[in-house]
Ligand binder design. Structure first.
Ligand code: GDD
Ligand code: MG
Length: 360
C-alpha cells in the first residue's frame, strides 16, 4: 500500500475570472481536468490511497473523480473550512491515512506537471532513511520558489521560501513540490491552525536536526502558476513529451475530442486540443493551444499558444499568440492579440479593434 496527499486549494486559486470561470484544477488540459493527470500519474507509480486536501467544496471534484476507482486508486476528499496553508492541509488530510508511523506518505502540490519517477523518489527516501525527501529541480530564476541547497550526499542544508534579497539566493536548486514524508513527521505538524510547510515545517525540522533528503532529478517539470504554462503543459501532454495515462486518445500533434468539428483544410499542430462541441473553420491554423468545449475558431484565423475558454469565439482572420480568452468571450474578426493578452469572460471585442503590428 502506498498513500498520498494531493494539495489543491489555497487562497489565490479559488476563481480566476480573467482566465476561465472554473477553479483551475478543473480546467481541462489535454482534454481532462488537470488534476486527472496528477491522479493518474500517482496511480501509475503505485499509489493506492489518495487524499485530496482542498478548501473548495468537494462538489467541484467529486462528480468527476468520484471514489477514484476509474483511476485505480481509492480517493477521499478533505475540505478545510478556512485555508490551512500547505502544512496545515497536509496535517489535516493525514487524519484519513491508514499507514503506520514509519510508512512513507507522498505529498503533491496540485499545480505542477512533472515527469518525476515517483516510485524512484519513494525508494530513495527509504534507502536514505530520511524524515522527509524532496524532489528538487534546477531553474534559471529561482526567486518565485523554495530554495533548497544540499550537500554532496543530498542532505538538505536550508530551506528558504521565496528569497527576498540577493544574498539569500545561494542555489538554483528549488523545491519541485513533491515530497515523501515519514508519517510520524506529519503528525508532528501542529493541528487546527494554518501552517506553511515551506516557511515553518521544513526550517523547523532542519533546526531540530531532522534528516531532509533532496533528490535532484532534472526531469520534465512545469509550474502551472501562469496561464501560458498551463497551455504549454496541455500541449506537452498531447504530444507525449510528458506521459500521462489520463490523456483521452493517442499522443500526437493534436487531440480532437468526440463531438468537435474541424473543417477540411484547418491545420492543427503542436499538441493542440479541441474540446467537445468546439468548431474550427477552414483555413484556420491552430498551434499548441487549448480550445475548450463549445468554442468557435472561425476561418483563416491564426492561433498559437493560446487558451480559448468554453464557448468563446475567435473571429475570422484574427491572430492570437499567447492570449487567453475567458469563457464566452467573443473576439471579432481581424483582431491581433499577443503576448499575454487576456480577454475577460463574456467580454466582446468588436471587429478590427486591437492590433499589435505596425500600421499597414
Ligand atoms: N488544501 C490546501 N490548503 N492547499 C493549499 C493551501 C491551503 O491552504 N495553500 C496552498 N495549497 C496548495 C496549492 O493549491 C498548490 O497546489 C500547493 O499547495 C502549493 O501552493 P502554491 O500557493 O501554489 O505555492 P507556490 O507555487 O507559491 O510555491 C510552492 O510551489 C513551488 C513549486 O511550484 C512552494 O512549495 C515552493 O517551495 C515551490 O518551489
Ligand atoms: Mg504554485
Amino acid at each position: 500500500m502506498l498513500e498520498a496527499i494531493l494539495l489543491v486549494g489555497g487562497q489565490g486559486t479559488r476563481l480566476r475570472p480573467v482566465t476561465v470561470n472554473t477553479p483551475k484544477p478543473m480546467v481541462r488540459a489535454a482534454g481532462v481536468p488537470f488534476l486527472a493527470h496528477q491522479i493518474a500519474r500517482a496511480a501509475a507509480a503505485g499509489v493506492t490511497h489518495l487524499v485530496m486536501a482542498t478548501c473548495y467544496l468537494a462538489e467541484v471534484f467529486e462528480p468527476y473523480f468520484g471514489d477514484g476507482s476509474a483511476f485505480g486508486v481509492s480517493l477521499e476528499y478533505v475540505v478545510e473550512d478556512e485555508p490551512l496553508g500547505t502544512g496545515g492541509a497536509i496535517r489535516n488530510a493525514a487524519r484519513r491515512l491508514t499507514g503506520g508511523p514509519d510508512e512513507p506518505v507522498l505529498v503533491f502540490n496540485g499545480d505542477i506537471l512533472t515527469g518525476l519517477d515517483i516510485a524512484g523518489l519513494v525508494d530513495s527516501h527509504r534507502s536514505a532513511a530520511a524524515d522527509v525527501s524532496l524532489h528538487l529541480v534546477r531553474v534559471e530564476d529561482p526567486r518565485a520558489f523554495g530554495l533548497v541547497p544540499t550537500d554532496s550526499e543530498g542532505r538538505v542544508l536550508a530551506f528558504t521560501e521565496k528569497p527576498q534579497t540577493p544574498e539569500e539566493i545561494v542555489t538554483d536548486q528549488i523545491n519541485a513540490g513533491c515530497y515523501v514524508f515519514r508519517r510520524s513527521v506529519i503528525d508532528s505538524i501542529p493541528a487546527g491552525r494554518p501552517v506553511s510547510v515551506e516557511r515553518e515545517t521544513f526550517p523547523g525540522l532542519l533546526a531540530r536536526g531532522a534528516r531532509l533528503h533532496g533528490v535532484t532529478e532534472n526531469t520534465y517539470w512545469l509550474d502551472l502558476g501562469k496561464p501560458e504554462s498551463f497551455v504549454q503543459a496541455s500541449a506537452d501532454l498531447v504530444r507525449g513529451v510528458v506521459p500521462s495515462p489520463a490523456v483521452p486518445g493517442p499522443r500526437g500533434e493534436s487531440l480532437v475530442l468526440p463531438g468537435a468539428e474541424v473543417a477540411a483544410g484547418a491545420e492543427l499542430s503542436g499538441g493542440t486540443v479541441v474540446g467537445a462541441g468546439a468548431r474550427i473553420g477552414a483555413g484556420a491554423v491552430v498551434e499548441g493551444s487549448i480550445v475548450l468545449d463549445g468554442a468557435v475558431i472561425e476561418a483563416d484565423t491564426r492561433v498559437r499558444a493560446s487558451l480559448i475558454g468554453v464557448g468563446a469565439t475567435v473571429g475570422t482572420r484574427t491572430v492570437l499568440d499567447g492570449a487567453v480568452l475567458g469563457d464566452g468571450a467573443v473576439v471579432g474578426a481581424d483582431n491581433e492579440l499577443r503576448a499575454g493578452a487576456r480577454v475577460w469572460c463574456g467580454a466582446r471585442l468588436p471587429a478590427s479593434a486591437v492590433r499589435f503590428s505596425s500600421d499597414r
